[in-house]
Design a protein around this ligand. Structure first.
Ligand code: HEM
Length: 141
């Protein structure tokens, strides 16, 4: 990712932070509309789940300049997702729901450049998780 991409992601995410709960609710509603079969994978409180997701995205966004420092955390997250029943093909649907949510939250500020920058960010996280999932031991996940 270029420094410009990183700035676009950081600045746009700053606008999502104050509306994080609503953004998370929108995200899951959209996700389950896109693929209702994903709903049963989520067993806990969805408000709590939304906060965990937003916190993890915030951590990743904050570390974009030094992505190597959070790769181990993202890999562990990917390995845990195997145990949640998440498969590689689900990452595409989650990416679509995430970009849709950002578009709703940012309105006209979700420019093509901002979309590209978020696409790169999500792809980076998803690929890291998928790669870790492939090598994860089922018993350790
Ligand atoms: C960049 C991509 C993703 C991020 C940052 C992310 C983040 C998280 C976080 C922080 C948790 C809390 C539990 C933990 O830390 O282990 C979680 C749980 C979960 N995630 Fe993800 N996730 C991503 C992709 C996905 C995808 C593609 C799916 C597929 C549907 C998914 C489904 C789930 C499920 C089912 C749980 C467990 C919910 C429960 O315990 O009820 N996640 N995710």
């Amino acid at each position: 990712m270029t420094p410009t991409d990183i700035n676009l992601v950081k600045n746009s995410f700053r606008q999502i932070v104050p509306i994080a709960d609503q953004a998370a609710a929108l995200f899951y509603a959209r996700l389950f509309e896109l693929d209702p079969s994903l709903r049963p994978l989520f067993r806990g409180d969805m408000r709590e789940q939304g906060r965990k997701l937003m916190t993890m995205i915030a951590t990743a966004v904050a570390a974009l300049e030094r992505i190597d420092t959070i790769v181990p955390v993202i890999r562990q997250l990917g390995a845990r997702h195997v145990a949640y029943g998440v498969r590689e093909e689900h990452y595409g649907t989650v990416g679509v729901a995430l970009l849709w949510t950002l578009e709703k939250g940012l309105g006209p500020e979700f420019t093509p450049a901002v979309r590209e920058a978020w696409t790169s960010t999500y792809t980076l996280l998803a690929n890291t998780m998928i790669d870790a999932a492939k090598t994860a031991q089922p018993s350790a996940a």
